[in-house]
Ligand binder design. Structure first.
Ligand code: ADP
Ligand code: MG
Length: 226
C-alpha cells in the first residue's frame, strides 16, 4: 500500500500557547520500500508516526492510505484500519513479561478475533523470518535486546499489514545489532511488499533506507540521492 501524508499540521498545548510539533508535513511511503524519517530528538518523528497510525488526528492535512482518507473515518473505522492494515512497532510497544515469544504474536491475532491455529502458523512463520524460530518458547527476560526487538518487529507484522510504522528500532542496541535489525527490516519490507516508515535520529542508518525524509522542528523535506 501507499501512505500519503499531505500538509499535516499538529500542535500540542504548551502553557498559554501551543507547540507546533508538525508543520505542514508532506511525505509519501511506498509499498516494498523502507522510508526513513530522520531528525534530532524533539523534531516531531514520533508525532508523525502517531498521525500515520491514526492514533492522533492532526489539525490540518490528509492521511491517505491507498487513497482512503483516514482522518475522515469514524473512530471505530480507524480502529479497524489500524488493526487490519497497520503494523506498529513503537518505542513503548513493550513485550509482555509473562508471555513467550510465540504468545506475544498470537495474542495479536486473538485481539483481532482470528483463529488460534492460523495465528500460530503465522506467528511461527514470522519468528522464523526474523531468525527466532528456535526461541519461540522463551520469555522476554530470556532473550537479548536484539532478540526482543526482533520479536516486536515480528509482532508488528502479524495480520499482514500493508503499512509498517517503526519508531527508533535500534535505540537500545549497539551498532552491530542495530545494523542487523535494519537489514532485517529492509528484507521484510521487500519480501512482504509492505510500505515501511522507520524513524530514527541516527544518520548512519540511512544507508539502509530506500527513501529518506528529513524532519527538523516539525518541518519535513525529502532528501534526494541518498
Ligand atoms: P521526536 O520523536 O522526534 O523526539 P516528538 O514527536 O516526540 O519528537 O515531539 C515533538 C515535539 O512535541 C517535542 O517538542 C515534544 O516535547 C512535543 N510533544 C510530544 N508529545 C507531546 C504531548 N503529548 N504533549 C505536549 N507536547 C508533546
Ligand atoms: Mg520519538
Amino acid at each position: 500500500m501507499t501512505l500519503q501524508l499531505t500538509d499535516i499540521t499538529l500542535t500540542y498545548p504548551d502553557g498559554e500557547s501551543r507547540l507546533t510539533a508538525l508543520d505542514q508535513v508532506t511525505m509519501t511511503a511506498e509499498r516494498g520500500r523502507l522510508t526513513a524519517v530522520v531528525g534530532p530528538s524533539g523534531s516531531g518523528k514520533s508525532s508523525l508516526l502517531a498521525v500515520a497510525a491514526t492514533l492522533i488526528t492532526p489539525e490540518t492535512g490528509q492521511v491517505l492510505l491507498d487513497g482512503t482518507e483516514l482522518t475522515r473515518l469514524s473512530a471505530r473505522e480507524r480502529t479497524r484500519v489500524r488493526r487490519e492494515q497497520i503494523g506498529i512497532v513503537f518505542q513503548t510497544s513493550n513485550l509482555i513479561a509473562s508471555l513467550t515469544a510465540l504468545e506475544q504474536l498470537t495474542v495479536m491475532a486473538h485481539l483481532g478475533g482470528g483463529r488460534l491455529e492460523r495465528a500460530r502458523d503465522q506467528a511461527m512463520e514470522l519468528l522464523d523470518a526474523v531468525g527466532l524460530a528456535d526461541q519461540a518458547g522463551r520469555r522476554p527476560h530470556q532473550l537479548s535486546g536484539g532478540q526482543r526487538q526482533r520479536v516486536t518487529i515480528a509482532r508488528g507484522l502479524m495480520n499482514d499489514p500493508g503499512l509498517l510504522l517503526v519508531d527508533e528500532p535500534t535505540s537500545a542496541l549497539d551498532s552491530e545489532r542495530g545494523a542487523a535489525i535494519l537489514g532485517l527490516l529492509r528484507r521484510l519490507t521487500l519480501e512482504r511488499e509492505v510500505a515501511t516508515v522507520m524513524v530514527t535520529h541516527d544518520k548512519d542508518q540511512l544507508a539502509h533506507a530506500d527513501d529518506v525524509v528529513e524532519i527538523v522542528d516539525g518541518r519535513a523535506r525529502v532528501l534526494e540521492g541518498v
